[in-house]
Design a protein around this ligand. Structure first.
Ligand code: ADP
Length: 397
């Protein structure tokens, strides 16, 4: 009884992992893509290797069904493993969900009520929960919220300086996201430093396709770059991050763009993609090699924004034990790590170029031994964090 099935349901995909919480290892995993399109794509990595196939997957219910069929066919057998729980990633928990929560009909309804705050994320998250509850009616289902780790933000950090009545009426405040990753990485950073999480102050940069940075004080999130939605903050693969809100009025009034068009522009056609035409850092580097000035500027804007936040969060924390990089870019891109922290020597933040070199598949210290502030690379593991939190809820229930 050590296995948890972790589901991450997106608008057209379901990612899943079968996690053995006693070892921290994934016993199997995979994804269903192109749900609702003419042909769905399934990929399952199990004990016998990889299985790939295409089949029509009209909705999330069919997607979950397809995943269970794959487990039945190629293993491991979920019946024999006697799952402890199913853990579900849910993006927006609002003010209501500050802890991992056992799902019942009321919780489902509350996740639905929060959908206006996360229209792209909560509805598919919920579709996955409903499909899985139908498939496993007798198992506990636990919702783990991306926002939960940030419930410790103090009011001065989560309050936007707008009319307070309007903000209250519409739930407008900073919520923060990627909390599962920030929580996992913070705990691992404390372990690497040989300290209790309650003793450490950290600046954690989760740099994936989406990206956010969090100031962690004594193990708790006290400031984070994503806000009401995951659009604010750092430059991302396709999202702009910070910009003057008046850009939106300007595009409406002068360019005649609709709200939906601006939403698409800022969420899907901006960031690295908007600046350089490609959103993957590997492609950015290749373009720079080929002499592309737009790509060179994109990388500079990306690192400049990151450095700005590291400095700001240092000022908020007063003392920083470590700066931590995680997720696709943070774990793999040595140029970003070096550039983003360049010029911060006066703050005690120094990267050792040799230690920094290359992709990091394991937890690595990339600062010199005598550095005042440690710089760490820690591969994130959101699935393990979700599985462990789900088990904790089930055992505490
Ligand atoms: P997601 O937000 O989709 O979970 P990931 O954390 O997997 O994203 O990060 C994906 C991003 O990581 C890619 O878009 C790319 O920019 C970056 N990345 C992945 N591998 C490398 C690499 N070897 N070098 C530089 N960047 C990389």
């Amino acid at each position: 009884m050590n296995h948890v099935l972790v589901l991450n349901s997106g608008s057209s995909s379901i990612k899943y992992q079968l996690v053995d919480v006693s070892t921290g290892e994934a016993a199997a995993g995979g994804l269903v893509e192109r749900i609702g399109e003419s042909e769905g794509v399934l990929r399952h990595d199990g004990p016998t290797g990889r299985t790939e196939r295409t089949q029509v997957v009209p909705d999330h219910t069919a997607g979950v069904r397809a995943v269970l069929d794959l487990f039945d066919e190629v293993g491991p057998s979920l019946t024999e493993l006697e799952l402890v729980a199913v853990g579900h990633r849910v993006v927006q928990g609002g003010d209501r969900f500050t802890e991992p929560t056992l799902v019942d009909d009321d919780v489902e309804a509350a996740i639905e009520e929060l959908s206006p705050l996360a229209p792209l994320h909560n509805p598919p998250n919920l579709a996955g929960i409903r499909a899985a509850r139908t498939a496993f009616p007798d198992l506990p289902h636990v919702a783990i919220f991306d926002t939960a780790f940030h419930h410790t933000l103090p009011p001065e950090a989560y309050t936007y300086a707008i009319d307070r009545e309007t903000a209250r009426t519409y739930g407008i405040r900073r919520y923060g996201f990627h909390g599962t990753s920030h929580a996992y990485v913070s705990r691992r950073a404390a372990a690497m430093l040989g300290k209790d999480p309650a003793e450490v102050n950290l600046v954690v940069a989760h740099l994936g396709n989406g990206a956010s940075i969090t100031a962690v004080e004594g193990g708790c999130s006290v400031e984070t770059s994503m806000g009401l939605t995951p659009l604010e903050g750092l430059v991302m693969g396709t999202r702009s991050g910070d910009l003057d809100p008046a850009v939106i009025f300007h595009l409406q009034r002068v360019a005649g763009m609709s709200t939906d068009e601006i939403d698409t522009l800022l969420n899907r056609r901006s960031g690295l993609l908007g600046l350089a035409g490609v959103n993957d850092l590997r492609d950015i580097h290749a373009a720079i090699e080929a002499g592309d000035d737009d790509a060179a500027l994109a990388l500079e804007v990306y690192c400049h924004r990151l450095r700005h936040y590291v400095g700001a969060y240092y000022a908020q924390l007063g003392r920083v034990d470590a700066v931590v990089f995680t997720a696709g870019v943070g774990e793999n891109d040595d140029v970003v790590r070096l550039e983003a922290l360049s010029g911060l020597e006066r703050l005690g933040i120094v990267v050792d170029p040799e230690r920094n070199e290359g992709r990091k598949k394991a937890e690595t210290v990339i600062s010199p031994d005598d550095a005042e502030v440690a710089v760490l690379v820690i591969p994130t593991n959101e699935e393990l964090e979700i599985a462990q939190q789900a088990v904790a809820v089930v055992q505490g229930a």
